[in-house]
Design a protein around this ligand. Sequence first.
Ligand code: ADP
Ligand code: MG
Length: 749
Amino acid sequence: MATITWDSKLAAVAGPKSSKIEKAFGFRTVGDLLRHYPRRYVEKGKLSDPSGFTLDEHVTIIARVISSKQIPYQDRRRGGMAYRLEVVLETTGDELVLTFFDKKKHVADWRAKSIVAGATGLFSGKLGRFRDRWQLTNPQNKVYSSETMESGVDQAYAAWESLPNLLTIYPATSTVQTWQLQEAIELALDLVDAVPDPIPPAVRLQHGLISARQAIEWIHKPDSWEAKAAAEKRLRFEEAFVTQTVLARRRAAVTALDAEPRTGTTGGLLDRFDERLPFALTGGQVEVGEQILADLTAGHPMHRLLQGEVGSGKTVVALRAMLRVVDSGGQAALLAPTEVLAQQHHRSITAMLGDLAAGGMLGGAEGGTQVALLTGSLGAAARKAALLDTASGAAGIVVGTHALLEEKVQFADLGLVVVDEQHRFGVEQRAALSAKAGEVPPHVLVMTATPIPRTVAMTVFGDLETSTLSELPAGRAPIQTSVVPMLERPDWLDRAWTRVREEAAKGHQTYIVCPRIGGAPNSRLDNEEPDDPDESDAPGRGSSGVDLAGVEEIAPALAAGALHGLRVEALHGRMPPERKDEVMRSFAEGEVDVLVATTVIEVGVDVANATVMVVLDADRFGVSQLHQLRGRVGRGGLPGLCLLVTRSDPESAARARLTAVAATSDGFELSRVDLEQRREGDVLGAAQSGRRSGLKLLSVIKHEDVIAEAREAATAFVAKDPDLASVPDLAAAVRRIDESEQGDYLEKA
Ligand code: ADP
Ligand code: MG
């Protein structure tokens, strides 16, 4: 018999069952099967406690049979005799009954003999309720008992005695039962010759971890809770360590690349910009700025994530980096997630630079540069001009949306890529833009205002160095946030409109945010702008079945009603770009009192004079989205007010989310709330979650410490052995992840 290895085909241990198992779980090898860890462990002596049961739940329970009775009856529907077996199980609470129906006498008799009083078994099925008792009808079962009535009880006990103390229950499906998996896994454990061990021995020792073989055995067949815990600890660390090795190698690879050092010039654009800055930089801005300038001169590509609270002034930091690159003869690209934001960046950068941005033009400063705007909806002439300025290098700074990624866009010398609001861009887009720099990779600065918890930063963005701007510029007024609960306090909405009028009387402005564009009832979401894939994904109808607020209905209704006399404008993604630009411009210039908009204004929009934000159907938005939205007010030293209007149930999770947003303005705290409500896969993205990466025991939500330790260990190990030559199992595991991500990338391309 050939030896069975980790990579042997599943059939070697699962026999004819293997195709069913492969279909249900996608396992192909013995290794895949052994990486299918139990979902639950049940102590043998412990009886099932039905108090936690819920109707229609699929349960697998272990229990002893108290009584078993066969009842023959007339099957009226199909004619002839049929047999019902009623089995009562021993539990600690409510009674639990199994009912089996059989048509054939010999099957019914065989069943009655195997499920006898005193036998113990595993039973699995959907919970029903019948005459005040829990019931499983025709459950899947495995009984530790013999075929013959006489010796059945004794043998059942004997079989039961020989079972391990901790019984394992596997994630199963309707076609593959937990004990079928158990049998195959048990055989695999006996036969497999070696278990790959990607953790270097020294690291194992240092972290007190058991061997891979021991861990795989104990995760499937622990003889105590301690053994199970030791196995989990080891396997969890392994998952973190392999992932962190992948990331450490990517960081090392970037460090090994050469990049053009961008050293700038004394008296260049950066120096002149700093001189005319109307405010003092915050301590954080200075510190991060120095870090970035050092990165830019280092001779290998910068890959830095800049995270900072909404309004912490990331744009200035980025602009200073861009100017340094322009001073060094290169160009910088700023990639924004939406058209509105790209336009605004273009406007504000041009304004901040003043005559420095009018290079080569009449009235422009000597040595100045140009700022080009490239979006998907430019007219042909404007687009051609922007493309030309980009290709010739006349534009030192190019601001744009996804349109910047198109093939036709060419740079003379792209030295820096800045990605604003990273959560909307994938790694691939970053890579596509970097590729435009040609042979020499550009420096990359990624900015996000959605604070990223440390664990996520260490995994999802693990190939980037991280900087954080935690302080807000001086003079920022706090934003007060309140929930306006329409079910309990419908009158509060009128008070909200009164507040809007009062602010308008003081010359201040208001945003009103709706989850929908409007138009035909409940049909049109604001997601039709090509540059704005995420602009809104709220379904048209609230869970309560009421129509959600739409910009196209709310704006005219308010203008004619509660806000009569105020200047109200609408803004959403389906308006023509020129019109959007015009509306934003007039709002920024104070010609509009109230802007009724979709989430087009979610990120980055910066109008200092806006003091109030009213979010309608606020429960339709996520935690970080609401935090982003309210960051649009209170930016100009005037106190901000944010009202979250909701028709949600006071007891609902949606309401709890709103209360959390109202309770704190700390973005990091909120990102934790957000994280807790999301599932692992949503956080990590497809490539890093689920089957492919093999993250099974490790949770970025729960295991911050493990990730941090593994990161440190992996970084140190990669520094010593960059090719992982001393640990072939690690090299293989890393290669698998790299290849599967490559695969994901190719699939999408
Ligand atoms: P965000 O980090 O959310 O992108 P911005 O870069 O848009 O924030 O900055 C928000 C506002 O704060 C802008 O109007 C900007 O000009 C202003 N700002 C930035 N830095 C400072 C500072 N050090 N002092 C005062 N205002 C600042
Ligand atoms: Mg910003």
